[in-house]
Ligand binder design. Structure first.
Ligand code: CAA
Length: 257
């Protein structure tokens, strides 16, 4: 597929996807979702890619869903546009490899929802976060109502959703919306370092830790623990990654995955 909005670069097995529609502050339209679905499929078929970083070009990460595209939609089309984004962002969680949001600027509305669909979020000191949908008479439509409260708790989520306040990177760090903050010029390099660090671990263990945490959130604790025990066990098979990792530790050498 030809990409008009997305740019892809692969550095040392780490794929960097840049959302590049800076004149509209990278607002998310139907073309974006089609391209992102195709890009995710392409990267998931490329077994040499060990992590994905998503960032934005210009002063925004993403300033939300494309208001100009949404304005003429009817109820049914509104719901369809919501499901389109929900499906794309859900697909990040279904990948075997980590997906990291490198938030360079505005992450508003659908932009924050995109970031929350990633496994974790690293921000520039210049990043700004918010769910301003109520300013438009809307609510978030790309799972923001669900993910924000799970990530930061109900009080902070409802505060942000009801006030539409924009917060900076330090506040986002304080409430757990982002995991690290770096100077703008260091953001991408630091994200690549984090991605490479993860890529040096057992790939199967990374895949399982992601799926057990994510699927566990949808379950009760006891059922989640059972899932953990089952997946823990799979890492003990003959010639498994777990056996190699533990043997390497005891033999005081680096594991070979
Ligand atoms: N959709 C479409 N176009 C957008 C956009 C969006 N979400 N955000 C910005 N743009 C466009 C602007 O219309 C403007 O275009 P023109 O140059 O053609 O006029 C261009 O990007 C630059 O924007 P500004 O001139 O407004 O830039 P600024 O620096 O003065 O302000 C901003 C930046 C505060 C982010 C402001 O652009 C803004 O408030 N944007 C809208 C944010 C928003 O409401 N997001 C939520 C969208 S709804 C949503 O996301 C629903 C959902 O969950 C599914």
């Amino acid at each position: 597929m030809d990409y008009n909005i997305l740019k892809k670069e692969i550095i040392d097995n780490i794929a960097i996807i840049t959302i590049s529609r800076p004149k509209a502050l990278n607002a998310l339209n139907t073309l974006f979702f089609n391209e992102m679905d195709s890009m995710i499929k392409e990267l998931s078929n490329n077994k040499t890619v060990k992590a994905i970083i998503i960032t934005g070009e210009g002063k925004a990460f993403v300033a939300g869903a494309d208001i100009a595209e949404m304005v003429d939609k009817n109820s049914q089309e509104g719901s369809e546009f919501s499901r389109l984004g929900q499906n794309t962002f859900r697909s990040f969680g279904e990948l075997d490899i980590p997906v990291i949001a490198a938030i360079n600027g505005f992450a508003l509305g659908g932009g924050l929802e995109l970031a929350m669909g990633c496994d974790f979020r690293i921000a520039s000191t210049k990043a700004k976060f918010g769910q301003p949908e109520v300013n438009l008479g809307l609510i978030p439509g790309y799972a923001g109502t669900q993910r924000l409260s799970r990530l930061v708790g109900m009080g902070d989520a409802l505060y942000l959703l009801m006030t539409a306040d924009m917060i900076g990177a330090e506040d986002a760090l304080r409430i757990g919306l982002v995991q690290k903050v770096f100077e703008p010029e260091e953001l991408l390099d630091e994200c690549i370092k984090i991605a490479k660090n993860i890529a040096s671990k057992g790939p199967n263990a990374i895949k399982k830790v992601k799926s057990v945490v994510r699927n566990g959130l949808e379950m009760g604790q006891i059922i989640g623990e059972e899932l953990e025990a089952k997946e823990f066990g799979t890492l003990f098979g003959e010639n498994s990654e777990g056996k190699e990792g533990m043997t390497a530790f005891l033999e005081k050498r680096k594991p070979e995955w």
